[in-house]
Design a protein around this ligand. Structure first.
Ligand code: TMP
Length: 209
């Protein structure tokens, strides 16, 4: 089973990933956690180029293609082998991030972006995608606090508010278009409540398998 966590900046995906995996392991599942962009040595090198604040001249098409290059490696080297071994793979971001950020955010042609994603992933679609939805300004404030405490601040965090608002709207539109794959959780709730909601969604999805 392939599960992806998606959401705008500051939605808290990363902080929920390990506790969620630990809980699943306690329930007897074999779980592998990973993240995008990255997840492989080649992918981490591409991540560094993508997120480098000095790369201000990067064109949206370059950005889109670099994410797909990292993703192709990620799918072949990490996701497929783990799925074949019967593990549950949970990824902090995946292809829907490209649709949200490069597609809706940068306003690139969505059909062309979907075709590139299909090429990069060989058509691998998650079984379940959870959107941690959050007001954009609240999310950016959370990211700014994280930055003040020495956390990562990347080239995409630095885009303007309108960009991030298009990203969030894009996520909500995708969730609405494909309700059988997407589940939306309100990330403005207390951390414990969000974690509880995540477990409920996962338990329900696993019970259907
Ligand atoms: P994160 O580690 O905070 O999730 O940062 C990843 C950043 O990369 C985030 O700003 C979203 C962005 N991103 C894209 O723009 N497109 C993609 O396909 C992926 C995977 C991430």
């Amino acid at each position: 089973m392939f599960i992806t966590l998606e959401g705008p900046e500051g939605s808290g995906k990363t902080s929920h990933l390990q506790p969620l995996a630990e809980w699943l392991r306690g329930e007897g599942h074999r779980v592998f956690t990973t993240r995008e962009p990255g997840g492989t040595p080649i992918g981490e090198q591409i991540r560094a180029v993508l997120h480098n604040l000095q790369n201000t001249e990067m064109h949206p098409r370059t950005e889109t293609l670099l994410y797909q290059a990292a993703r192709a490696q990620f799918v072949e080297q990490v996701v497929k082998p783990r799925l074949m071994a019967g593990e549950i793979v949970i990824s902090d971001r995946y292809a829907d991030s490209t649709l949200a950020y490069q597609g809706y955010g940068h306003q690139q042609d969505l059909e062309q972006v979907r075709a590139l994603i299909h090429y990069a992933t060989g058509g691998l679609i998650p079984d379940l995608t959870i959107l941690l939805d959050l007001d954009v300004e609240v999310g950016l404030q959370r990211s700014a606090r994280r930055r003040a405490q020495g956390g990562e601040w990347n080239r995409l965090d630095a885009f303007d508010l309108a960009f991030h608002q298009r990203v969030r709207a894009g996520y909500l539109e995708m969730a609405k278009r494909e309700p059988q794959r997407w589940k939306v959780i309100d990330a403005a709730q207390e951390w414990e409540k969000v974690q509880e909601n995540l477990r409920v969604v996962l338990a329900e999805c696993l019970s259907r398998r």
